[in-house]
Design a protein around this ligand. Sequence first.
Ligand code: UD1
Length: 333
Amino acid sequence: MKQNNILVTGGAGYIGSHVVQQLRDKNRNVVILDNLSTGFQQAAQDAELIIGDTGDKKLVSQLLKEHDIGAVMHFAAHTIVPESVSNPLKYYGNNTCSTRNLLECCAEHGVKHFIFSSTAAVYGIPEAGLANEDSALSPINPYGTSKLMSEWMLRDLSAAGDLNHVVLRYFNVAGCDPEGRIGQSTRKATLLTKVACEAALGIRDHVAIFGTDYATPDGTGVRDYIHVVDLANAHLMALDYLEQGGESNTFNCGYGHGYSVREVLDMVGKVNGEPLNIKELPRRAGDPPQLIADANLIRTTLGWQPSYDNLEQIVTSSLNWERKLKQDDFRDK
Ligand code: UD1
């Protein structure tokens, strides 16, 4: 079928590679565009990988044309909240300006469907720590703002032409492919689950708790942790929805309940069989106290149902991946 091919930007990264895995399992034709700044060639497995930037107009235009791309899933982005506070222009450059370039190329080439990786960070500090898609959009860090600006470009572009889109606002993504083929491989990771697993395996000396004085039940930050396989599945369902004529839409991706930092660390210790070495530090810049999804809309509109809403399973898959990396670190090859 013409224009049946899918471009996945950032497909060699953590979330993108899990989506590519599921697309390939469904025999969809995938081309990955990734600059490998945080992704890894091995994560692309046997999918076609083009190494380059989403901000490179000539390259993007050429590949949309040559590969006859009908749908784009756009993961390529910087994602670290504290880094966005200290280096905002890096985030506006890659997450906003490069997305604008990608969208311009998509419009010129008549791409029909666009799925955008957005974030719960667009809500800032929602009332009672719970956000639905209509909650106020009020990011408290440049990362959230950089993504929100892209959401707005997408909204306006869809209104002006034929491109339909789905925005997926991720809450806290965690876990890895249960079969251990791919996982979270970021170097110098900042993600709580990854840092905790590294500490559990002695790759780091300790894990820090950033803030113990939040107005939450145990004083530490609360987040809605969603297993990456469930999140990846939401992308496939969003693509089906658009391909079947669904109108542009925005969905939260989370489970609708949260865990505190202490609960996550306790679980990592439990699964690993010994308590972690924990240091209590002051709050980290840009962190909201609590961020939980009202995620009813994606269930009712797309029929999405999670399969891994279980912290122990999330942690077990993360620890298994970390053990694998420790044994045979493909990142050094
Ligand atoms: C993550 C995502 C961000 C997304 C957000 C949605 C990444 C790198 N970050 O950010 O893109 O917008 O979810 O909610 O993908 N913490 C510690 N010690 C640590 C690390 C973290 O106490 O060593 C705490 C944080 O202060 C926070 C919680 O753990 O309360 C989660 O932090 P983290 O895993 O870094 O994710 P977010 O900053 O929430």
